[in-house]
Design a protein. Structure first.
Ligand code: ECB
Length: 135
């Protein structure tokens, strides 16, 4: 079993969030707001169901899923698209493919040096984020 992703995490650093948001078609005023936010991740697991919450003072984004089971994702408050999403484990990485209008879109979470790592990618742009555990 990979190290548990569950817990409450606070962002330490982020690279190329701007490029990722441009790839998603987010307008410049919204990008400016988003770049200033201090994001928290809350990852919970109850039986075989996961919940991932991205929290900020401006807006929150949350969804739940089962690993290996495709689900309908609506990225409400982000780019507001509909995706057919699928989360699987690839070694110690929890990876999600978000099939939809945007090509080559998804993310991966993993633990490294007790930190939560996240890669968000879309149409050739990758944003990398690292979070420290706060609870
Ligand atoms: C929810 C906090 C950010 C709100 C930003 C508001 C507007 C900007 C619109 C789109 C920005 C695109 C991405 C922002 C960066 C991260 C948000 C969630 C990324 C994500 O999908 O994380 C995955 C993996 O943890 C779970 O959804």
């Amino acid at each position: 079993m990979p190290a548990s992703l569950c817990g409450t995490w606070e962002i330490l650093n982020s690279t190329n969030l701007e490029g990722y948001m441009i790839a998603l078609g987010i307008g410049s005023s919204m990008r400016k707001i988003a770049l200033k936010l201090k994001q928290h991740k809350v990852i919970e697991q109850v039986n075989d169901k996961y919940v991932i919450k991205t929290l900020s003072t401006f807006r929150n984004y949350a969804f739940s899923f089962r690993v290996d089971e495709e689900f309908d994702e609506h990225t409400k408050g982000l780019d507001n698209r509909n995706c057919k999403s699928l989360v699987t484990w690839k070694g110690n990485r929890m990876v999600c493919i978000q099939n939809g209008e945007k090509k080559n879109r998804g993310w991966a979470h993993w633990i490294e040096d007790d930190k939560l790592h996240l890669e968000l990618y879309c149409e050739g742009q990758t944003c990398k984020q690292v979070f420290k555990r706060v609870a």
